[in-house]
Design a protein around this ligand. Structure first.
Ligand code: ZN
Length: 144
């Protein structure tokens, strides 16, 4: 039997993201963070959902060995700090940080700051989405 070509995971509504927690080497546990690599068996990227409540800030800087990160903000207002520079972010903002960038972020608004983080090895993207796509014969066969 051929391997299934998809995987699925549902983390729940954004408002319930604090029900999730992950172990963290510096903080013990972090609430409001969900990593998708394991539940989805991702092979070329790590993706996480994250949130910070009003007034909260990540209390440390971090960088990466090989992976660049893309922070995509879907709700709220905040700031990203990279190598001492501050970038204001809100719904619709995207910030790419190179592996060596020393980064942190905080919520500066009155509601949750909700974001996605995509992490992939820097310098490995040979083709973008359109160039990498290939046509598949046939029409979508929706049932029902
Ligand atoms: Zn990171």
């Amino acid at each position: 039997m051929p391997a299934k070509n998809w995987s699925y995971f549902h983390a729940g509504a954004w408002k319930d993201i604090y029900l999730h927690e992950v172990p963290h080497p510096l903080l013990g546990k972090v609430r409001g963070k969900v990593f998708l690599k394991e539940p989805l068996a991702l092979t070329g990227m790590e993706v996480s959902f994250g949130a910070l409540p009003p007034g909260a800030a990540v209390p440390f800087l971090h960088a990466h060995r090989e992976n660049e990160e893309l922070y995509i903000f879907v709700k709220g207002r905040g700031e990203v700090l990279v190598d001492g520079e501050t970038i204001a972010v809100s719904e619709g903002s995207a910030v790419r940080v190179a592996p060596a960038g020393a980064r942190s972020w905080r919520n500066t608004g009155a509601e949750d700051l909700v974001y996605l983080v995509v992490q992939a090895r820097a310098g490995t993207m040979a083709r973008g989405t359109i160039e990498d796509g290939v046509e598949v014969k046939g029409k979508p066969a929706w049932r029902g």
